[in-house]
Design a binder for this molecule. Structure first.
Ligand code: CA
Length: 423
């Protein structure tokens, strides 16, 4: 076990038990105060400027050849460090901030420069996303969609249990929590006996997903074996893959979703490392039929992370509409990355790989309005008396995720977006 994962560790920075950010988390983000933009970590409600720690020599004995990684406006260069360096930074942060250590605790000058209250900073996009893939790895979600749009008898297509289905998505419109998104416009065909029409989507939906961010750079032709794939992962975020179901239904044949999923995807601001999530590893669902050798993984490759979606109406009422868990995914991240690269596609640090909608086995664990309202046939009752089949203008979608056991809670912070009317 890494020293930093000791559940007994406490920090001299105050944290309450319900915080997503105990000293065992130490996620990475990019924060801003005024004109200052900096790489950060967070403990409790305190955001810590890593560039100030680098300025004052706190990372000197880590043997990181180029400390400029701490002075960039994205985390791509920190992501690109070899795994042992990334682990060493996290161990060092744990050391600096644990209750017994006085190096920074008793250095008021540096403390004043490096520590900020979380409500005094704005979180920015943590990485420059070069490429983005969206998988489709929840068996429950793929089955629900198959039942609704095709044939209940053959809900899963023949390839689904043999490979992690995915498509290359749009990186330019991935935004950080707190960014509002305008309702998309596009072509739909509400009546199959009439020509298509153009206008704002009337079936705007969220998709509850998580995404991993890669650390490795590979060359064209290279592939990453499944049993090495986790070393190429920097960390995870919550991912709201906004989708326009009416646009999707008309456009997706034969090449898959295009404009219906290109107008905005929202991520939580803190990248939580696989090291921080290590205590929450768990076995995934049994894979039957047996997968091909290049997709085989051993050990516990799924993670037990509780997930919630809250819908806040314009009236301000909060409605918990979904409770799911990351562990339900049929295909794990190592298999996804092995599959992504097996044809020889090169990857880069900062690339993003979303899981696909994470639905669980019971109706309250369905990860999209499409499934929760069963294609609009079972509207959800909101506390303010209104009903929802899909998302309305000025609704706010809040996703949360936290891995928990009796001693520890590692969370992601909120992933929030408000839907504005079409431009
Ligand atoms: Ca998706």
């Amino acid at each position: 076990m890494l020293k930093s994962n000791n559940p007994e560790l406490t920090s001299w920075i105050e944290t309450n038990k319900e915080s997503d950010f105990p000293i065992q988390n130490l996620p990475y983000g990019i924060a801003a105060t005024g004109d200052l933009i900096f790489a950060a970590t967070r403990i409790g409600d305190t955001v810590i400027d890593l560039s100030v720690l680098a300025d004052f020599g706190f990372f000197d004995r880590l043997f990181i050849p180029d400390l400029s990684v701490f002075y960039q406006k994205t985390l791509n260069d920190i992501a690109a460090l070899p795994k042992n360096s990334r682990v060493a930074i996290r161990e060092r942060l744990s050391e600096i901030f644990c209750s017994e250590n006085n190096e920074l605790k008793e250095n008021e000058e540096v403390r004043k420069l490096a520590l900020h209250q979380s409500d005094a900073v704005t979180m920015l996009m943590p990485v420059k996303v070069g490429d983005y893939t969206d998988f489709y790895s929840s068996k429950e979600h793929a089955t629900n969609v198959g039942i609704m749009f095709r044939d209940p008898e053959k809900a899963l297509l023949p390839n689904w249990k043999h490979l992690p289905v995915g498509y290359h998505g749009r990186a330019s419109s991935i935004v950080v929590s707190g960014t509002s998104i305008h309702r998309p416009k596009g072509q739909t065909r509400p009546d199959d006996s009439k020509p298509p029409v153009f206008g704002p989507s009337s079936q705007l939906d969220f998709e509850l997903e998580m995404a991993f961010i890669t650390s490795a750079k590979t060359e064209p032709g290279d592939s990453i074996p499944a049993n090495k794939a986790e070393d190429a992962i920097f960390g995870l975020v919550l991912f709201n893959d906004l989708s326009a179901r009416d646009i999707q239904k008309w456009e997706y044949v034969p090449l898959g979703p295009f404009l219906s999923k290109s107008f905005g995807s929202v991520i939580s601001p803190w990248i939580v490392t696989l090291e921080a999530l290590a205590p929450f590893r768990t076995q995934g669902p049994e894979q039957d039929p047996e997968v091909l050798p290049y997709l085989k993984t051993t050990g516990a490759r799924n993670f037990d992370i509780d997930l919630q979606v809250e819908l806040k109406t314009a009236a301000g009422d909060s409605n918990l509409v979904c409770q799911s868990n990351f562990k339900y995914l049929y295909w794990n991240m190592a298999q996804q990355l092995a599959h992504q690269t097996v044809a020889g596609c090169n990857i880069n640090p900062g690339d993003m790989y979303a899981s696909g909608t994470i639905s669980g086995p019971t109706p309250e664990a369905f990860g999209s309005m499409l499934e929760l309202s069963w294609r609009g046939t079972k509207p959800l009752k909101m506390k303010d008396g209104s009903e929802r089949k899909f998302i309305l203008d000025y609704d706010t979608i809040i996703m949360r995720g936290q891995a928990k056991n009796q001693q520890l809670r590692i969370g992601f912070g909120d992933c929030v977006t408000t839907i504005l009317p079409a431009k």
